[in-house]
Structure formats: C-alpha cells, structure tokens
Design a protein around this ligand. Structure first.
Ligand code: KG4
Ligand code: ZN
Length: 347
C-alpha cells in the first residue's frame, strides 16, 4: 500500500510518498519539504497569510517532486492523505483542497489526517512501536502527554495550561534577540552556556496530575535578562542554558507523573515516545532517555527530520487509517482546532 501525504498546517509545505510493506513496516519512498523560515523570519514568527500564500505557490511542485522521487504516478497510489488540522486555517485549506482534487481525479480514497495524530503515530513508522505507548508531543503549538492505545484511541494525561514548550523556546529566543525559529537557536546557545548561573523556577514540579505551565518561566527569563542588561554573548548563552535546564527538569517531572498515570489507568506502556519539533532537542532527548531507563522502558525518538512537521508522517497516518478502512468524505472540512482526544475541550 502506498499513500501520498500532504502537510500545510504551519510554515512547512511538505509532500511525501510512504509505502507499507507486507510485514507492516513503513518505507519512505520520498519526503519533500520546503521550509518557509526565510519568509517569516523578518516578523519573528509565522504570519498566517504569508504561510497560506507560500503553500499555494509551492505545493504543486512539491507533490510532483515527491511522486517523481518515489518513482510513481497518481495511478500507483492507494490513497491521498492531507493534514486537515489543527493548524493555521488558510494553509490547511490549501493542502486539503489539493488532496481532494487528486483523490477525485485519481478516484482514490481520501484521508483527512489530524496533524497531532500524525506526530503521535510516527514512532510506528520509524521504529515499529506497538500499542499502548506513552507519547510526549511537544511542538510550537502543542504540549501533550498522551496514552496512545490504538489508531484513533488516545487518552490525554497532561497538557499545558498556558504556553506550549516550543512556544516557550521561541518566545525566550525572541526576548534574547535570537533569530526565529527559537528552539534550535536556544539549544545552540545553551551548549556553551552555564545552566546554573540563573536560578529559574520549575513551575508545576511535583504537582498532582501531569499538566505543564511555562509562562512563569518565560517571565522569569525576561526579568533576569532585564536585570543584567545590556546582554553580552555570555549572558545570552547562560540564560539559554538556564532556561533549557529548567524546561528539561519540568518535562522530565511531568513525564514521570504521566507514566505513573499510564500504569495506573491503562497498564504498562511498551515505550516512551517523544515527537514534535521540541523532540529534536538533544538535552531533552538525553534527559528523557535517562527517565525511560530508570523506568525500565524503551525510549523512542524519531530522527529530528521526522520529529518536526513533514509529509511522511501524514502519509503514514493515512496508511494506518486506510488499512482500518477509516477513509473520509470529500466534504471533510478544515479544522483550526482538533483535539486528539474527542473528550478534551482544547488541543
Ligand atoms: O512540530 P513542529 O515542527 O511544528 C509545530 O507543529 O509546531 O515544531 C516546531 C517547534 C518550534 O517551536 C521550534 O522552536 C521547536 O519546535 N524546536 C525546538 C528545537 N527544534 C525545533 N525546540 C527546542 N530545541 C530544538 N532543537
Ligand atoms: Zn507539528
């Protein structure tokens, strides 16, 4: 089975073809991506209108390229998948409409994919992880600890009550004058900084439940930055290192709490999985690896290129759904909000 996956929910235009082998494993035949970072950099963040226009300009070419590199034509595909949300609505409409047009012309099943579900199922593509597993999904827009019981069966154990983890990295970067996107730049600065120079708070540490709160930490960074201003390169590096150390401590504590909840409510998970853009952070990966080791669990973190937004994860989620007969009508609407767990009020 082969599916084309299209991703346009944020600032990456992406198209990929993924094949499901007879043994159930996935094989990425092509994975084309065009980052709009340069288009948005002057504004210090993603501008929805610019993103939507850039998707329109680039998407046809990326799809053609994805098919060419996979050495297949529309007729060779078994389904067409696109992220139908959650995300910036203008961009979602572009990808969804393109996928519908291809499905209609090619008479192929259409799959409207939840972008979060695609992140959540990626470890099954990269490592063949079995259900149930504990997922930490940490990106620019989302922070969730989820028990992944099956395709379409998710139990949210924790979320953020204010900023997403990636958002906290991005805002910290902006405050310190580092270029957009913040995460990778904060990580680079942190590598040469002193994580103990600034005593930053660890919000929610040891609280019941597995929720996060990160806005207080962000404010604490701002206050410290104002206190030592004007900032030298060493100050910036030390602030980044101190911030990253605080975030990692919080993430480890909340993940440990979610693991306990998973064991109580659902049973022992097969693995701890991290996904989303923040999972590209090496310090975070190391700390969670240690936590998984202590808990006697395997840890799985997809390679960074498959942690951040991409087309292969959409194609793979499409394959997982197609195999279960979960196809969608062409009238499926785009969704700006779309929680992974239907009972949750917010994503
Ligand atoms: O999953 P993703 O590509 O897009 C969203 O759906 O949001 O995640 C992007 C987020 C951004 O906030 C970015 O700053 C963060 O992931 N990020 C990182 C790193 N690489 C990307 N955060 C911390 N360390 C990194 N190395
Ligand atoms: Zn994402």
């Amino acid at each position: 089975m082969r599916v084309l996956g299209i991703e346009t929910t944020c600032d990456e235009t992406a198209a990929a073809v993924v094949q499901r082998e007879t043994d159930g494993r996935g094989r990425i035949l092509s994975n084309e991506i065009l980052s709009q970072i340069e288009d948005h950099a002057p504004y210090g963040g993603v501008v929805p209108e610019i993103a939507a226009r850039a998707h329109v300009t680039a998407l046809d070419r990326l799809i053609a390229e994805a098919l060419r590199k996979a050495n297949c034509r529309l007729a060779d595909l078994d389904g067409i998948a696109a992220a139908a949300g959650p995300g910036l609505i203008g961009g979602v409409i572009v990808g969804l409409t393109a996928a519908k047009a291809l499905a209609l012309v090619g008479k192929k099943p259409f799959l409207a994919i939840n972008h979060l579900e695609a992140h959540a199922l990626t470890p099954r593509l990269t490592d063949g992880v079995d259900f149930p597993y504990l997922l930490l999904l940490a990106s620019g827009g989302h922070t969730q600890l989820v028990a992944v019981r099956d395709v379409g069966d998710y139990v949210r154990l924790g979320t953020t009550i204010d900023d997403a983890i990636g958002e906290a990295f991005d805002k910290t970067a902006k405050m310190l004058g580092l270029p957009y996107p913040g995460g990778p730049n904060v990580e680079r600065e942190a590598q040469r900084g002193d994580p103990e120079r600034f005593a930053l708070p660890r919000p929610m540490l040891h609280r019941p439940g597995a929720d996060f709160s990160l806005s207080g930490l962000k404010t604490a960074v701002r206050l410290e930055a104002e206190r030592v201003a004007p900032l030298t390169p060493t100050d910036v590096a030390d602030l980044c290192a101190s911030f990253q150390a605080a975030v990692v401590d919080v993430v480890v504590d909340r993940t440990r709490a979610a693991l306990r909840m998973h064991r109580e409510r659902i049973g022992n998970p097969t693995a701890l999985v991290i996904a989303g853009g923040v999972a590209a952070n090496a310090a975070m990966r190391r700390a969670l690896q240690r936590l998984a080791g202590e808990a006697g669990l395997a840890m799985c973190a997809p390679p960074p290129a498959l942690c951040t937004d991409n087309g292969a994860m959409i194609a793979w989620a499409g394959l997982e759904r197609l195999r279960r007969g979960l196809v969608d009508p062409l009238g499926t609407p785009p969704k700006a909000r779309w929680p992974l767990e239907p009972r949750a009020e917010s994503a």
